[in-house]
Design a binder for this molecule. Structure first.
Ligand SMILES: [Zn+2]
Length: 344
């Protein structure tokens, strides 16, 4: 079980990064991995705070979430020999930092500037262009520093997408329980409850999230962190990723212009819940309240791709049993499901 040792969520806490690294017992070099948009933040407050704590700071600019980027980041780690790697930015930056630091056996701190999915706190990373569409195992962050004042300034669409990823745990946990019953798969109550608690928290606060109050953003960030922790406890992404995630992965592979991960997972969760005979109307209502997509037109993806992706859910990760079963859905069953749940 790999769990973060420090989780700090608060306003204007970017400047505490140096102090946290010091408190965790690190010295010397720090390598910050970030995207082109966040480099000014990295070189400003973050670097100042690290320098004040006597660290020397190097940078690596993340351009894409590909294996090539991971390799380049690993080369940079070899060159700089940092005592700690900091992933600062959105999902992509954190994923590259997570995977490259795990491969080079360097500890890693997650500093998210958006709240668009649970990768900010998990040990899993999404890398494009691989034969497997789902996430790879990296390492859990040693610390997470989530500055609410920075995250609040990110586009609302990203926060709504993060909510979709959290709400999706409602169906992911149901799929996990089903796999336990049908296939005898290991089921961890505690990890499952933690993931569900996050989903409930976001569902309960759906109305206030859209108003983007400080507490609402904090709720989403804390829910995403708890999801990451639940995966660390389970030792796999099982509590957070069921058939709704596989639908999203399938859609990403085939749609000409996929939507955001959390947006697709939210829509997938509506359909998975419908198939699970769970309260799919509630999920739809919650996502509507939040302002996250609930239909193909809101995802801006043609109906035919939604139906095709539904027929592929069972093939995305055959070892992971879900409500779609081993044979999956035929095209007409898929279309019926998408219509019944109001997605198309
Ligand atoms: Zn997810």
């Amino acid at each position: 079980m790999q769990l973060p040792r420090e989780v700090i969520v608060g306003n204007g806490i970017m400047r505490s990064l140096g102090e946290v690294c010091e408190k965790l017992g690190f010295k010397g070099n720090v390598l910050i991995m970030t995207g082109p948009k966040m480099i000014s933040l990295a070189q400003g407050d973050v670097t100042d705070s690290l320098k004040e704590a006597s660290f020397s700071v190097s940078y690596f600019t993340v351009k894409s979430a590909t294996m090539e980027s991971v390799k380049m980041a690993e080369e940079r780690i070899k060159q700089v020999r940092p005592s700690i790697v900091i992933g600062l930015g959105g999902g992509k930056d954190i994923d590259i930092a997570k995977l490259s630091s795990a491969n080079r056996r360097a500890p890693f701190i997650s500093v998210p500037t958006t709240a668009s999915h649970d990768g900010i706190a998990s040990s899993h990373a999404s890398i494009k262009g691989l034969d497997k569409p789902y996430s790879l195992r990296g390492q859990a962050p040693l610390a997470i520093i989530a500055d609410i004042s920075v995250i609040s300034k990110s586009p609302y669409r990203l926060i709504a997408s993060g909510c979709g990823d959290v709400v999706a745990k409602y169906t992911a946990v149901r799929d996990w329980r089903l796999a336990h019953r049908v296939k005898g798969e290991y089921f961890g109550d505690y990890a499952a409850e933690l993931a569900l608690m996050s989903a409930r928290l976001v569902m309960r606060n759906a109305g206030s999230i859209r108003k983007l109050g400080e507490n609402a953003v904090r709720t989403v960030v804390e829910a995403l962190i708890s999801c990451g922790v639940s995966m660390s406890i389970a030792g796999s992404s099982r509590p957070c990723s069921g058939s709704e995630h596989m639908f999203s992965h399938a859609l990403t592979m085939m749609a000409p212009k996929p939507a955001l991960h959390g947006e697709q997972c939210g829509v997938g969760a509506i359909m998975s819940a419908c198939l699970q005979k769970a309260n799919w109307e509630l999920l739809r209502q919650v996502l509507q309240k939040i302002g996250a997509p609930t239909t193909s037109s809101e995802l801006e993806i043609e109906n035919k791709f939604i139906v095709k992706a539904l027929t592929m859910v069972h093939k995305v990760r055959p070892e992971r049993y879900t409500v779609f079963g081993e044979r999956g859905l035929t095209a007409s069953q898929a279309e019926r499901l998408a219509r019944k749940s109001g997605v198309i």
